[in-house]
Design a protein around this ligand. Structure first.
Ligand code: FAD
Ligand code: SF4
Ligand code: SF4
Ligand code: SF4
Ligand code: SF4
Ligand code: SF4
Ligand code: SF4
Length: 673
């Protein structure tokens, strides 16, 4: 074949110190590489990614007139971009580069068998050379980036990300499905380990997002549709009918001086009572309501599922004319360049773990219910009571890892990461508010990993909390006294224990809020084995996703406390702002190409594409017949359509059929055709 005769491949084998050289005979591999068909030059170096290592590539391309480069080293995820730059500096198209992973997939896993590891390295190099000999010049596509960003979810993560983006001069749309911003943090009383009031530190940020000139706050809204690609996402938002006009909306309708001022007269007269989800159902709200006093925006909302349309609220509102009981959902379209998902978490339905009695016994509550009960603005004004009789508890048991670190199939295998610390906080709050109360923490391990967290743990120990190491088997109730009996094994004493408590608090596992994967699928984001949204790389790109231009912040990516959520949100905002500030992005040219002459226009590949990159269009020959067209900017090069097309009409750039066949041949028959 013509390409093979002309190909002149350079091979460079990296020692990576002893990471590779300790398990693979580098010199033997170099001598072998020189014998591979199409190899014009082979060399080795201690650290190929270093400046001298890259310099070797640049020089060799020029001196040996190379047409393709192979570096046998670590994973392409780590250094492919580095070596592409070197390849380009040598004068070649940067996509004439192929990497053979002989570290992660070889030396690190075969470190005790040098002979086999060296043989495997030779195979990997031979396969990479087979492809490098057939590589073609590829030109990345540049697309302009819209100077606007979207943040989905207005918990502390989404709030922080929006403030950072907006302060960097970027128009930011903050979408929240609740009628107010704040997320879970606004439900907390105090925050560990400093014990500062959660609302006091959050409210200024809530106010800031409401006021910032670059932020368009869209509460009580949800994402309906996402189309497009990095730089050019088209987002359709469903603005749910709120039934109440803001002052601006009232002005737009010609109601001068009208709109909701938050006076609350409507809720006073409303006859319909519902449980308030913000208070974890422990306090009522009306069918026209606000969640709590510090809501942002201060705007009432009609719950149309509960409202009986009696009209009493309309009369109470009077001249402000803020209530419109006939309001309907609206659809708004936005154009944005990048997006951040910050949709947070829910508690797992802990009643599924029947052994702990949640929803069977009134005096078993969750940590979030505890937060509302102990909070001065909560349903009891901050008086901790046991729900069965309103009495002050004299002994409280905390069950940690409730549903977390649980491989039974009826829980979550992961650690929920903040429940050790908030249980310690709860223990402190009880001992401070109700001196003399006995506090028991049933734990497996105490994970107090953050700054000043271990010190906080010692403090709670010294305040008198009792720590019992062992997983709780079950909780039983005495139906007369409504007291609870917590049964566990104390693994430190090596015997079973039974502790009588007035109140039991479950540190319930957390799970993604997006259980139906709606948001995840809208943005084409993958999920990890444990259900959280998957970051692009756990260490090197923890805010990115596999969808270019889409980033993650906060607990939606995995359990984390407020400091870590804020830190990740700042990272996500920074990453999301880069393409916007540059104004254009280069897309990897690994997209599918349809070869018109081979395409039958059957359309069967359209639904297979996970990124909606395919559509039938009219043929260029004017025959009126259809042919497949690829929107290159949307295509992620996944290869699904290429593998499927019965006519072989799809060419996958950089992964063409001849290239893959050559690799298979090289492995199975040593490259001879
Ligand atoms: P969230 O607070 O969950 O916010 C996510 C937001 O996204 C919500 O407003 C939600 O309505 C919105 N949303 C979800 N889906 C959509 C959608 N499809 N469209 C639009 N909006 C959507 N951490 C500490 O550091 N200190 C503490 O003392 C502490 N105490 C805690 C006590 C308890 C009982 C619990 C359970 C947690 C505690 N935490 C504490 C952890 C803290 O709650 C989290 O770290 C923090 O809330 C994470 O913020 P977030 O923005 O990622 O998510
Ligand atoms: Fe190590 Fe990869 Fe650098 Fe070689 S190129 S030294 S394998 S990190
Ligand atoms: Fe808003 Fe009117 Fe209700 Fe007052 S009475 S809170 S202005 S809707
Ligand atoms: Fe309540 Fe609906 Fe009647 Fe208004 S119309 S008072 S929201 S039930
Ligand atoms: Fe268990 Fe503590 Fe992890 Fe929560 S943070 S799952 S209580 S170990
Ligand atoms: Fe059919 Fe293949 Fe053409 Fe798709 S590319 S329409 S599967 S022939
Ligand atoms: Fe869609 Fe994947 Fe084909 Fe690209 S390669 S058009 S993303 S199926």
């Amino acid at each position: 074949m013509a390409e093979k005769e002309e190909a002149r491949v350079g091979v460079f084998i990296c020692h990576c110190g002893t990471n590779i050289a300790g398990s693979i005979d580098i010199m033997d591999a170099v001598e072998y590489a020189k014998t591979i068909p199409n190899v014009a030059y082979a060399d080795q170096y201690q650290y190929m990614c270093s400046t001298p290592g890259q310099g070797k590539i640049v020089e060799a391309i020029k001196e040996h007139n190379l047409t393709g480069i192979v570096v046998a080293a670590c994973s392409p995820r780590l250094h492919e971009p580095t070596f592409r730059v070197a390849t380009k500096e040598g004068g070649l198209n940067p996509f004439r580069f192929e990497m053979a992973n002989i570290r992660e997939q070889n030396s690190w896993v075969h470190m005790h068998d040098k002979e086999s590891a060296t043989a495997k390295a030779k195979d990997a190099i031979k396969i990479a050379v087979a492809k490098a000999a057939l590589l073609e010049d590829l030109i990345p596509k540049s697309v302009p980036v819209e100077h606007a960003a979207l943040v989905v979810g207005a918990g502390v993560g989404g709030i922080q990300a929006s403030l950072d983006l907006a302060s960097a001069g970027i128009k930011t749309y903050l979408i929240e499905k609740w009628p107010t911003v704040g997320g879970r943090m606004s439900q907390l009383d105090k925050t560990f380990p400093t014990l500062d009031c959660s609302q006091c530190i959050l409210t200024p940020k809530m106010v800031d997002v409401g006021r910032h000139p670059n932020i368009e706050l869209m509460t009580y809204c949800e994402i309906e549709k996402v189309e497009g690609y990095i730089g050019n996402f088209d987002i359709t938002i469903r603005k749910k009918a709120r039934g109440v006009l803001s002052p601006d909306e009232a002005t737009a309708r010609g109601i001068v001086g009208g709109g909701c001022n938050g006076c609350g007269d409507c809720a006073e007269v409303c006859p319909v009572i519902k449980p308030n989800p913000f208070e974890m159902g422990m306090a009522p709200r009306k069918a026209i309501y606000i969640y709590h006093a510090q809501v942002m925006p201060l705007l009432y909302t009609v719950d149309f599922d509960a409202c009986v349309k009696c009209g009493l609220c309309v009369d109470a509102c009077g001249d402000k004319k803020a209530i419109d009981l006939e309001m309907e959902d609206e659809f708004i379209t936005l154009k944005i360049g990048t997006a951040i998902i910050a949709t947070g978490y829910n508690l797992m339905p802990i009643e599924n773990k029947r052994e702990w009695g949640y929803k069977q016994f009134d005096n078993v509550i969750t940590g979030l219910e505890f937060e509302r009960l102990i909070c001065a603005s909560g349903p009891t004004g901050g008086h901790l009571i046991r729900p069965s009789d309103g009495e002050t508890p004299k002994s409280v048991g905390f069950i940690l890892c409730a549903g977390s670190r649980d491989n039974t199939g009826n829980g979550k295998p992961y650690c929920s990461r903040f429940c050790c610390m908030y249980s310690l906080k709860h223990a402190h709050q009880i001992m401070e508010k109700i001196p003399g109360t006995k506090v028991y923490l049933f734990y497996m391990d105490i994970r107090s990993f953050g700054k000043m967290y271990e010190e906080f743990y010692y403090r709670i120990q010294s305040e008198g909390a009792k720590f019992i190491r062992g997983r709780v088997a079950n909780v039983l109730e005495d139906p007369q006294t409504r007291n609870l009996y917590v049964r566990a094994e104390d693994t430190l004493l090596g015997r079973p224990v039974e502790v009588e408590c007035d109140l039991v608090v479950l540190a319930a596992a957390v799970q993604p809020v997006d259980e139906e994967d709606v948001i995840r699928k809208h943005f084409g984001v993958s999920k990890s084995q444990d259900g959280w949204m998957l970051e692009a790389h756990p260490k090197l790109n923890p805010c990115g996703t596999t969808t270019a231009g889409v980033f993650l912040a906060g607990v939606c990516q995995g359990p984390k406390d407020i400091p870590d959520t804020v830190a990740q949100a700042e990272g996500a905002a920074s990453a999301a702002s880069i393409p916007i500030h540059i104004g254009q992005v280069e897309l990897e040219p690994y997209f599918a190409q349809c070869m018109e002459e081979l395409c039958a226009g059957c359309g069967m590949c359209i639904d297979l594409c996970p990124y909606q990159a395919l559509a039938l269009v009219d043929r260029s020959d004017g025959s009126g017949r259809k042919v497949m067209s690829v929107t290159e900017a949307k295509c992620k090069g996944c290869g699904t359509c290429g593998g499927f097309c019965p006519g072989g009409a799809i060419k996958m750039q950089h992964f063409t059929s001849p290239q893959i066949h050559a690799q298979i041949d090289a492995f199975l028959c040593g490259g001879e055709q």
